[in-house]
Design a protein around this ligand. Structure first.
Ligand code: ADP
Length: 180
C-alpha cells in the first residue's frame, strides 16, 4: 500500500520525521509530498524543502519526496496511493484534519486518511515554532535535523545561535552609553 504524506514542510521538523519513520514501517512506500501553496509565503522554496526532506530520509529506502500542485486526492490518484497520512498533535489539529478528511472523502471514496498520533516529545512542535525561535536568534538544534538547522540559521543570517539568550530591560540598559 502506498501512502502520501502531504504538507508544507517549511521546514521539515523532528515531529514530521517521526511520522514519516513510523509510516514507513506501516506502508510499502511513503511519498512525502510538498504542497505548492500560492496562499503562503514560505521561508524555503519547494526545491529546498525537497532537498531537506531527501537528506533527512536517506536512511529510509521506501520514502520518497515530491512536490505537487492542486488537490491532494488527485495527486494521490496519479501516484496510485490508497492512503493520505497525517499527524495529529492536539484537538485543534483534529478539527481541521477531520474536516479535510471528510472533504477528501467527497472527492474520492477510494482514498482513506490515516492519522498517527504525535509522539509526546513532539506534541508542541511545528514548523512555525521553529521559525519563530530562529527569527529571534535562538537555537533550533533540538527541533530539526542538523542540516536543516544550518539552512535556517543562514536564512536568518546568524551562523552560530546563542543558546536561547534572554534579553531583559536591565541587560538593554547596561549596554546603553553611560551618559544616557
Ligand atoms: P500543513 O501546512 O498541511 O499543516 P505541515 O507541514 O504543517 O503542513 O504538516 C504536515 C502534517 O504533519 C500535518 O498532518 C500535521 O498535523 C503533521 N505534523 C506537523 N508537526 C507534527 C508533529 N510535531 N507531530 C505530529 N504530526 C505533525
Amino acid at each position: 500500500m502506498i501512502a502520501i504524506y502531504p504538507g508544507s514542510f517549511d521546514p521539515i521538523t523532528l515531529g514530521h520525521l517521526d511520522i514519516i519513520t513510523r509510516g514507513s514501517r506501516l506502508f510499502e512506500q511513503v511519498i512525502v509530498a510538498v504542497v505548492r501553496n500560492p496562499n503562503k509565503t514560505p521561508l524555503f522554496t519547494v526545491q529546498q524543502r525537497l532537498e531537506q526532506i531527501r537528506i533527512s530520509t536517506k536512511n529510509l529506502p521506501n520514502v520518497q519526496a515530491d512536490g505537487f500542485d492542486g488537490l491532494t486526492v488527485n495527486y494521490a490518484q496519479i501516484k496510485q496511493a490508497q492512503v493520505l497520512l497525517r499527524g495529529l498533535r492536539a484537538i485543534s489539529d483534529f478539527e481541521v484534519e477531520l474536516q479535510m478528511a471528510h472533504t477528501n472523502k467527497t472527492i474520492s471514496t477510494q482514498i482513506e486518511t490515516v492519522f498517527l498520533a504525535t509522539s509526546t516529545e513532539y506534541s508542541f512542535l511545528s514548523s512555525s515554532v521553529v521559525k519563530e525561535i530562529a527569527r529571534f536568534g535562538g537555537s533550533v538544534n533540538h527541533l530539526v535535523p542538523p542540516h536543516v538547522a544550518l539552512d535556517i540559521y543562514q536564512c536568518y543570517n546568524h551562523n552560530s545561535p546563542m543558546a536561547n539568550p534572554i534579553q531583559t530591560e536591565a541587560s538593554f540598559s547596561n549596554k546603553m552609553p553611560m551618559n544616557q
